[in-house]
Design a protein around this ligand. Structure first.
Ligand SMILES: CC(=O)N[C@@H](CC(=O)O)C(=O)O
Ligand SMILES: [Zn+2]
Length: 318
């Protein structure tokens, strides 16, 4: 097989060796762990080198990094739409759209056989999510096996998996140019700040991820497994007035409680005069990205998720 996977009679999915891997930092210029790690590895890549692997650390939004802002013109991690990638206009286009086109040329083209095999995109969140890996597809056995490997290698510390394949809430990420896109989201960490614990956790998870890829490339077969994921269900906005100003905050019972169950009737917001606003859903959900600073402008106080167990077939190099 030249691209993607196929199944043989043993239901072992075959994937090509993952030879070309990129590590993106600075997709958001104020998320400092990824920026710092990628800069470090650009200077000295010994730590991320693996035999038979070409690994490219890369700062995706250098202008935003320089200014220490999320983005300059528009969010780079929403910019990889087919429309943007084929837009004409050159210098006239928003900076991040130009940048998305360059990145697509270097690491893609998105959806093609020439695209990079794996892209890790390193992010930080102000919410109390801990270590989270983000997937865009429940069907990618290679990525699911990678999640299973990382979770086991990282235990007893925990690393959760957020799955965003929601038809409306999914967005066109920088990593989406790769065949196997993997987001990494570690928090809590304020924007523009480096915290050693968050930095080290990200570094260790990436080490396990690269170890998985080299074992796979060496021909190791990974038996069928299951992976617990949290599937994105719904975006919850802050209550707002007619002018769009928020009129309530995340409730203290919910603040910092990422991944903990939110039941119908539980408080989720608190108005400035102390009134609680309760969750009206019909079933228990698991909120995450609670009070993420970057999401105020996106009208999102948190996202709800549902816990699911996904099955991954065995995989082996083609
Ligand atoms: C806080 C933050 O930037 N989160 C990322 C999540 C992701 O990479 O999918 C984003 O919104 O692009
Ligand atoms: Zn980010």
């Amino acid at each position: 097989m030249s691209n993607g996977s196929s199944s043989n009679n043993n239901n072992t999915a075959r994937f090509d060796a993952a030879r070309r891997v990129a590590i993106f930092g600075g997709t958001h210029g104020n998320e400092m762990s990824g920026v710092t790690l990628v800069n470090l590895w650009t200077q000295n890549s010994a730590e991320i080198q693996r035999k038979g692997l070409e690994i490219k650390p890369f700062i995706t939004n250098p202008k935003a990094v320089e200014k220490c802002v999320r983005y300059v013109d528009t969010d780079l991690n929403r910019a990889f739409t087919q429309e943007n990638l084929s837009a004409t206009g050159g210098d006239e286009l928003p900076y991040e759209v130009q940048r998305a086109q360059e990145i697509n040329r270097m690491f893609g083209p998105k959806g093609s056989a020439e695209a990079y095999d794996v892209i890790f995109d390193l992010h930080n969140t102000t919410s109390n999510m801990g270590c989270t890996l983000i997937l865009e597809s429940s069907k990618d056995a290679f990525n699911l096996q990678m999640m299973n490997y990382i979770k086991k290698a990282f235990a007893p510390a925990s690393c959760l998996v957020l799955l965003n394949e929601h038809p409306l809430l999914k967005y066109s990420t920088s990593r989406s140019v790769a065949k196997h896109p993997v987001g990494m989201e570690v928090g809590p960490q304020p924007q523009g700040v480096l915290r050693s614990n968050i930095f080290e956790a990200m570094r260790v998870i990436l080490k396990h991820a690269l170890d998985f890829i080299s074992l796979f490339n060496e021909g190791m077969e990974f038996p069928p497994c299951t992976v617990e994921v949290f599937r994105v269900l719904e975006r919850m906005d802050y209550p707002r007035d007619a002018n769009g100003n928020i009129i309530a905050m995340v409730h203290p019972n919910l603040q910092d409680c990422d991944w903990e169950p939110l039941n119908p009737g539980d408080p989720m917001f608190q108005t400035f005069d102390g009134k609680s606003i309760h969750y009206q859903g019909s079933s228990t959900v698991y909120p995450t990205f609670i009070n993420e600073a970057a999401y105020y402008e996106k009208q999102q106080a948190f996202v709800t998720t549902r816990r699911e167990t996904l099955a991954a077939s065995a995989i082996r190099k083609a």
